[in-house]
Design a protein around this ligand. Structure first.
Ligand SMILES: N[C@@H](CCC(=O)N[C@@H](CS)C(=O)NCC(=O)O)C(=O)O
Length: 205
């Protein structure tokens, strides 16, 4: 059985949703970032990590999600198999891993982005992070125009992947997602999904 290491509301919520959609039995363990015991599972101390139940552990949200989609093909959460489908999935997965997710880092951990230790400096870094998040949400909003799902015409692991970031945006930006109506629509569709509700409830998020 697979086992997901997660932190409430973090990007590990994405594979948690994917596991709910898959519907096979799985285990979870809540961890604190950098916890000494958890470092034995993931030396980076970050979530998610997935014990595959096959004697090896996988880290990195995008890799975990793609693995789950391929390991449980009957769930139909892969993003298609034509070269173009896979390329589109890689493209948006890379955008989430490399552009949108890291844009939040200065908002969450401003202390890592300045050597100053004054509150004003942290506030400044947070504001810069939020400006970056807004630029990435502009791109996401344009992509989601006229679309129900991140790629193709059915749900895939990419819908699960973007959802935690949509939630962060909704709670951290002063005006929530109001400037990004397509992102908000996607967020609301996901929030109404039964599998998403179960994952959120399980995390107490
Ligand atoms: N590139 C990694 C980043 C994982 C990551 O930074 N996760 C955050 C939670 S959303 C975390 O664990 N942060 C703890 C830390 O940075 O110490 C991935 O995509 O899985």
């Amino acid at each position: 059985m697979v086992k997901l290491y997660y932190h409430t509301g973090a990007c590990s919520l994405a594979p948690h949703i994917a596991l709910e959609w898959i519907g096979e039995p799985y285990e979870t363990m809540e961890v604190e970032f950098g916890d000494k015991e958890y470092l034995k599972v993931n030396t980076a101390g970050a979530v998610p990590a997935l014990d595959t139940g096959e004697g090896w552990v996988l880290t990195q949200a995008a890799a975990v999600l793609r693995f789950l989609a391929r390991r449980f093909p009957q769930a139909g959460i892969a993003a298609g198999d034509s070269p173009r489908d896979e390329a589109e999935a890689d493209r948006w997965s890379s955008f989430l891993t490399g552009d949108l997710h890291p844009a939040f880092f200065p908002v969450f951990s401003p202390n890592r982005y300045t050597s100053a230790r004054e509150k004003e400096a942290f506030d400044d870094v947070r504001e810069a992070g939020k400006a970056l998040v807004r630029r990435k949400f502009d791109i996401l909003n344009a992509h989601l125009a006229g679309r129900r799902h991140m790629v193709g015409d059915k749900r895939s692991y990419l819908d699960a992947y973007v959802f935690p970031m949509e939630r962060w945006g909704a709670s951290m930006l002063e005006d929530g997602l109001s400037k990004y109506p397509n992102v908000r629509k996607h967020h609301d569709m996901m929030a109404a999904d039964e599998g998403v509700k179960r994952a959120l409830a399980a995390e107490g998020a």
